[in-house]
Write a protein that binds this ligand. Structure first.
Ligand code: FE2
Length: 389
């Protein structure tokens, strides 16, 4: 049975709720819908399944199956062109965060001219554009929470990840869609959700509602992510993970991520490694540094993870204890190190531009440790490599 929850956008949540998508588009008055998936989604049969669901409600469809990881502006522009040529009046994205962000980008372009490169959020605010069409987003990975976030992350022509403001008309979160996810992808996506919650509750902002969502998510993910990784068919664990991923991003939308995501975005764009795994790997060292400025928030994070931290612990001791607990969590989940992913230590040592790029990331502004001078971050990139092997 599915339930309706009102959040950033309405979210339909529950096992099997994918079958309600046709009826929802009918309610929105859509007659021809663009289905956005990636190659893996197409192979898993998501295009065909969605076509049938839409057809059952008398809705025509056309598919764009070229969504790519770290969605490049080029791919989004291609989808936008197809959307305009096919004269669609609805878009459904089904897949991981990259697919959903691609669908968001396409929805920016469908009623507007030019490339997605022209619509990134600027320091002065959003670039005005004509609204898109009804957009339904179905996550299959329980991680990014893109279905409830207010923007899509697109890789610009210059190679940097930039947000474009766009939200779904309706998020459709069906935990059954995550059942076929392999263990390593389950772990990476779950760590993204964990990082959203952890960074939201430990940044420079204070928001009671966001804290409630984040603290709940940390508890659920600590308990259920290892189960979902071990037994992907465990629908109870998948349901808790899907729920936590959406809730964590709703909290994040009220606050923001911080140093962990700023670093993960930077390495992700430089070396094209999966976002969630990087968020997990960046979290221990960035949490250790943030602990110097917000020790009580970091202590709370550790306690929610079930760590015992002595009442008189110094900020450094709190940071070290939580960093150590986070490394243990990564090992429990079997997350591969940067070295095991083929990255060389020199790749990080030689990139003297990483700190500067990281400081331009939107998440840097809410990092407690951003009070430290730039040169104190120059060793952080190698630490990600050396301290988790
Ligand atoms: Fe993320």
């Amino acid at each position: 049975m599915s339930v309706m929850m009102m959040v950033n956008c309405p979210v339909l949540f529950g096992p099997g709720c994918i079958n309600e998508v046709g009826g929802k588009f009918k309610d929105f008055g859509s007659k021809k819908v663009l289905i956005v998936v990636d190659k893996i989604g197409a192979q898993l049969g998501f295009t065909e399944k969605m076509k049938q669901i839409l057809k059952d409600s008398g809705i025509e469809s056309v598919a764009f199956e070229e969504a790519e990881p770290d969605p490049p502006a080029r791919s989004v522009d291609m989808g936008g062109k197809l959307a305009k040529e096919a004269k669609i009046d609805g878009i459904v994205g089904i897949g991981g965060g990259s697919v959903l962000d691609t669908a968001k980008g396409i929805n920016v372009l469908v009623n507007n001219s030019g490339s997605i490169n022209e619509y990134f959020l600027t320091a002065k605010g959003p670039v005005p554009y004509k609204p898109g069409v009804p957009l339904l987003l179905l996550p299959t990975t329980a991680g990014t929470g893109s279905e409830v976030s207010g923007s899509g992350m697109i890789t610009s022509a210059a190679g940097e990840k930039r947000p474009v403001p766009m939200r779904a008309t309706l998020g459709v979160v069906d935990p059954e869609l995550a059942v076929s996810l392999p263990p390593a992808v389950t772990a990476g996506c779950g760590l993204d959700a964990f990082a959203h919650a952890a960074e939201s509750m430990t940044n420079t902002m204070d928001n009671i509602y966001a804290n409630m969502l984040a603290t709940d998510a940390i508890g659920r993910i600590t308990k259920f992510l290892p189960i979902a990784v071990k037994d992907g068919k465990n629908i109870e664990a998948r349901t808790h993970m899907s729920f936590s991923a959406s809730m964590a991003v709703i909290g994040l939308g009220l606050t923001r991520a911080n140093l962990g995501h700023a670093c993960a975005h930077t390495i992700g764009a430089a070396f094209h490694l999966p976002h969630g795994d990087l968020c997990g790997m960046c979290l221990p060292e960035t949490t250790r540094r943030n602990a110097q400025f917000v020790p009580e928030k970091i202590r709370r994070l550790g306690e929610l993870m079930g760590l015992k931290i002595s009442p008189g612990a110094s900020p450094k001791e709190v940071g070290d204890a939580v960093a150590s607990g986070l490394y243990d969590f990564l090992r429990t989940l079997g997350v591969k190190s940067l070295k095991d992913r083929g990255l060389k230590r020199e790749d990080l040592v030689d990139r003297h531009d990483l700190t500067e790029i990281m400081m331009r990331d939107v998440c840097w502004a809410t990092a407690p440790a951003n009070k430290m001078p730039a040169e104190t971050f120059e060793d952080i990139w190698v630490k990600f490599y050396d301290d988790y092997q």
